[in-house]
Structures are given as C-alpha cells and as structure tokens.
Design a protein around this ligand. Structure first.
Ligand SMILES: Cc1cc2nc3c(=O)[nH]c(=O)nc-3n(C[C@H](O)[C@H](O)[C@H](O)COP(=O)(O)OP(=O)(O)OC[C@H]3O[C@@H](n4cnc5c(N)ncnc54)[C@H](O)[C@@H]3O)c2cc1C
Length: 491
C-alpha cells in the first residue's frame, strides 16, 4: 500500500517515524509538508507514556534529551486553581502504598480521622523530588518494594519534529515539500485518490493520514466528517505563546497558573522557557492576554506574544473512508494536562493495531472511532474537573463552577466525595492516583474511607504513615539536582 502522511508537525513526523519502524517494510510511506504553511509551533510538555513511544522507535534517551534541549518532568503544578492562593500538583506515579485492595488514599483518610493532619503529597516521591528540584533515574525506592520516580519530558517541539524527520528518512520515508492545493476524490467511493500540489505535482496514495493541523485539510476539508464542539464545557478558545530566557534552577515540572479568565503555562527547557496564556475570548481580550503574558514571565522575553485560536472538541469520525486524522486535525483538548502529543501517540498505536491488510474493513474503522471517542471523552472529563471545582470569584470561574458537567464526570466526583473511592475505567489514560490528586487538590473531601483501611490498629496506621512520609522525603533528598543531572546526562 502507498501511505501518504499530510503534514510535518509533531504529529506528522511521529506518525511517519512509527509507521516506518513498524510497517515500513510492507508499505511505502511518503510525507508531504509545506514550509510555506509552517507548524503550530507549540506542544512541548508531555506525559510519561512518551518514553515508551521513543523506546519503540529505538531512540537513545540521552541523545533525544540533548537533541531536543529537553528537561525532565515529574508532574504539573496548579497554582490558583482552587482559589487564588492555593497550589497543588498532579505528580506522576503512585502516591503512598496500597494496603491490599484498598488504595493508599483510604489509609491517608483514616490517618486524618485519627488527627494526623498530613498532606497527601507527603507520600508522593515525584512531588517531593519536583518541589526540591531533584531528579534521577530510580526504578524502585532502595530497600523497599515501593516504585521510584516516573518521568516525562519538556522539549523543543521543532527540534523533536526535526529529530523524528531524520529518523524517518533513514528508515525509508520519502519527504515531499509542497503546498497542497487540492484533494482529489474518487467520484463513486468518495475515497481520497490523490493530492495536487501548487507546483503541479500529483501525489497518489491508497491510504492517507491527515496531520495537517487545525486546517484538517483531508478529514474535514475534503471528507466533511463534522466536529463535536465542547466549548460549553471548556470555553477557552485562544492562546498567546511567547518564549523567554530560561531561569535557574530548571524546574522538573510544568507550571499551570490560573488567571482571571483561564490559565498560563510555564514549560522549562534547557535553552529557554516556553510560556503561554490560555483564555476565553468572551472574558479576556487578545490585548489583555498579551499584556498579561508579557508581565508574567520569569526571564527576559524572547520575541512577541503569538496568538493561536482553537475550538475544543473532537472530529466526529477520526477515521473515514481511506483517511485517518491524527494530531490537531483529529480534535483539540486544551494543553492543561499535556495530553495532545499523547493522543497522537495512542492514535498511531491504535492505527497500527487496526491497519488494513488489503482492503479497508468497516469493522476496523468503527472500532478505531469507538476507541478514539472514549479516549477523548475521558480526558475531556479530567480537564473539566480542574475548572468545575473552584472557589474563585471572577465571572469566568463562576460560570465554570455553575456549569452542567458530563454525567460520566459527575458520577466519578459523587462516588469519590461520598465514599473516597475512585475507579479507572477501561483503558482510560489517567490513573486513580491522578484523579485523586486533582480531586483532593481542587477541594473534594471524601466523607468516608473504605473499611479495609481499618485492618491496622490506630498505632500501626500512624506509624505506617509517618514511615512512608519519611521514606519519600529521605529518598528525594538523596537525588541529584535536576540541573546537575541534566549537565551530566550525555549520550
Ligand atoms: C496553545 C497550544 C499549546 C499546546 N501545548 C501542548 C503541550 O504542552 N503538550 C502537548 O502534548 N501538546 C500541546 N499542544 C498540541 C500540540 O501542539 C500538537 O498536538 C502538536 O504540535 C501536533 O500538531 P500537528 O502536527 O497536528 O499540527 P501542526 O503543527 O499545525 O502541523 C501541520 C502540518 O501540516 C502542514 N500543512 C497544512 N496545510 C498544508 C497544505 N495546504 N499543504 C501542505 N502542508 C500543509 C504544515 O506544513 C505542517 O507541517 C498545544 C497546542 C496548542 C494550540
């Protein structure tokens, strides 16, 4: 089969490299991109599964971190989300130690009922390391069965795409430079036949992957598959992005700072810090957002704020006929939990698993679309949770507090509040520990805990909690600083 990838942003090159690696021997892979159009130029904070993606590609971690000016990421700090003065972190990895079938947070809740007023994050190694600017590779906490640090990366998106391009071309992917003027359809089947470039060249293919960004040139422009708009739940529709000089120490976590009509990101790289303001245009003007960004960076500005407009939601059919949309063309969820590149990664994995042998089988298409829908909806719910539970007073936040939320999210919140229980559903991305941290961080106090947490005596429970907290703090303290680790981390 001849596979044509349209677009050379992060999603295009992630797709081209992984398909070249996994099915490049059976199929011919071509990527078309236009320097005239350029890429969205943001998307620099990731979540842990990306390490697996790179591993499958055979990428050396030290080479990758150096080539992309990357840093390590242990979580995301949320400042001012519950109320203006409050801060918490969604730290990756586990929190504490489960007691049989009862999650650790039940023991922690029991401790609270015994008068031990400890912080949930005292039991997160990732949090303790992040807040002390520490980092190291640690599979397990020495002399225990407790898991070690779990990391993702911050990296320069342009350098990542360039790195993957080199890798893809080495594996045989053919790159074509050119502006696509027209998408040609087969009149009877409605399948995509070819792409006409401005230069007059025609690129034919059997299977097309639309990585053309928000333009969605194939999946929407040509195939008109429709878009489900989620702005009634997630009304931020604009961003201003601007890098600044990096500051020391380089923090091993992303910062998300709420402001009166949205939030601001800070993504520390080796050579600069990525900054951006995300906001609802109904509540904040572009000029105000731009001024807010300029006044709230922690290093010297490198350039001017650059506006980006978006509509939160998802493409109704991400696979339609002989075309699959991956990346921004498939839908967009604001970058609050750094999920977009992960959605690219999981779309590629799904596509490989369901890739047609000869003919496209509708059962594969339907399954692909079913799984994508569930994945997008679960992440959507997780993001809404951050907004819904707030005590802020500004009109934007009051609107978010009062809004109706999806039943799937309401059910999770109610269960946690009433019983302290939380369940990860099907293959959903976020773990129970992630949901717990955001629910507790945003202010839910469960009314009770599971009786399994009563299996220890009061003294045993208190001792366990004190020991665990000491282990997390002691282990974090022994790690190298993030800056030192980065300086020594060479291929
Ligand atoms: C404000 C903001 C912040 C973000 N932050 C994060 C983050 O922290 N973490 C994260 O995981 N994700 C983030 N994302 C998402 C992330 O940027 C994207 O998922 C990622 O960059 C992939 O984009 P893409 O490759 O789909 O599209 P693009 O980067 O827009 O690439 C589109 C490609 O299509 C090509 N193209 C388009 N039209 C034509 C044409 N007519 N002819 C030829 N070629 C064409 C272009 O040349 C380009 O190569 C963010 C997104 C936004 C908007």
């Amino acid at each position: 089969m001849k596979i044509v990838v349209v677009g050379g942003g992060s999603s295009g090159w992630m797709t081209a490299s992984m398909l070249s690696r996994l099915i490049g021997k059976q199929h011919e892979i071509t990527l078309v991109e236009s320097e005239e159009v350029g890429t969205v130029g943001v998307g620099e904070a990731t979540i842990p599964p990306i390490a697996y993606f790179n591993k499958v590609l055979g990428i050396n971690e030290a080479e990758f971190v150096n080539a992309t000016k990357g840093t390590f990421k242990l979580g995301i700090e949320f400042d001012g989300w519950r109320d203006a003065e409050h801060s918490y972190m969604h730290a990756f990895g586990r929190v504490g130690k489960d007691m049989g079938m009862a999650g650790f947070h039940h023991t922690w809740l029991r401790g609270k009922s015994l008068g031990l007023n400890t912080d949930f994050w005292d039991y997160s190694l990732n949090y303790q390391a992040a807040k002390n600017n520490k980092f190291g590779f640690l599979q397990k906490i020495p002399n225990t069965q407790l898991p070690g640090l779990v990391h993702a990366y911050h990296f320069d998106a342009g350098l990542y795409a360039a790195y993957l391009r080199q890798l893809s071309e080495k594996m045989g992917c053919i790159r074509v430079e050119g502006f696509i003027d027209k998408v040609n359809l087969e009149p009877i089947s409605g399948n995509i036949l070819s792409l006409s470039l401005k230069s007059g060249k025609v690129i034919e293919g059997d299977f097309f992957i639309d990585c053309s960004g928000f333009k969605a040139l194939l999946i929407e422009g040509a195939l008109k598959t429709g878009y489900e708009d989620w702005r009634h739940w997630l009304p931020c529709d604009s961003a201003m992005a601007m890098p600044c000089e990096s500051v020391t120490p380089i923090k091993p976590f992303t910062k998300s700072i709420a402001h009166r009509a949205g939030w601001q990101w800070r993504i520390p790289l080796q050579h600069r810090t990525g900054n951006g303001v995300v906001y609802s245009s109904e509540f904040m003007s572009d000029d105000e957002a731009s001024a807010h960004l300029m006044n709230n960076v922690d290093g010297r500005a490198l350039g001017e704020p650059r506006p980006i407009k978006f509509t939160t939601g998802r493409r109704v059919k991400q696979w339609h006929k002989n075309c699959v949309a991956i990346g921004l063309s498939s839908g967009f969820l604001e970058p609050l939990e750094s999920t977009s590149l992960h959605l690219v990664q999981s779309a590629i994995v799904r596509l490989v698993k369901l890739f047609p042998q000869q003919e496209i089988n509708q059962a594969n298409v339907d399954e692909y679309n079913r799984q994508s829908q569930i994945e997008f909806e679960r992440i959507r719910d997780f993001i809404i949770l951050h907004y819904k539970l707030n005590n802020r007073t500004e009109p934007f936040w009051q609107r978010m507090k009062a809004m109706e939320i999806p039943d799937t999210l309401q059910q999770k919140m109610t269960l946690f509040k009433e019983t302290g229980s939380i369940f990860r559903e099907q293959d959903e991305l976020f773990t129970e520990a992630a949901w717990q941290q955001v629910m507790i961080g945003q202010g839910i106090e469960p009314k009770s805990y599971h009786t399994l947490a009563d299996s220890l005596s009061d003294e045993q429970a208190s001792e366990l909690l004190q020991n665990l907290s000491a282990i997390m703090q002691g282990t974090a303290a022994k790690l190298p600083s993030h800056n030192d680790f980065l300086s020594a981390f060479k291929p």
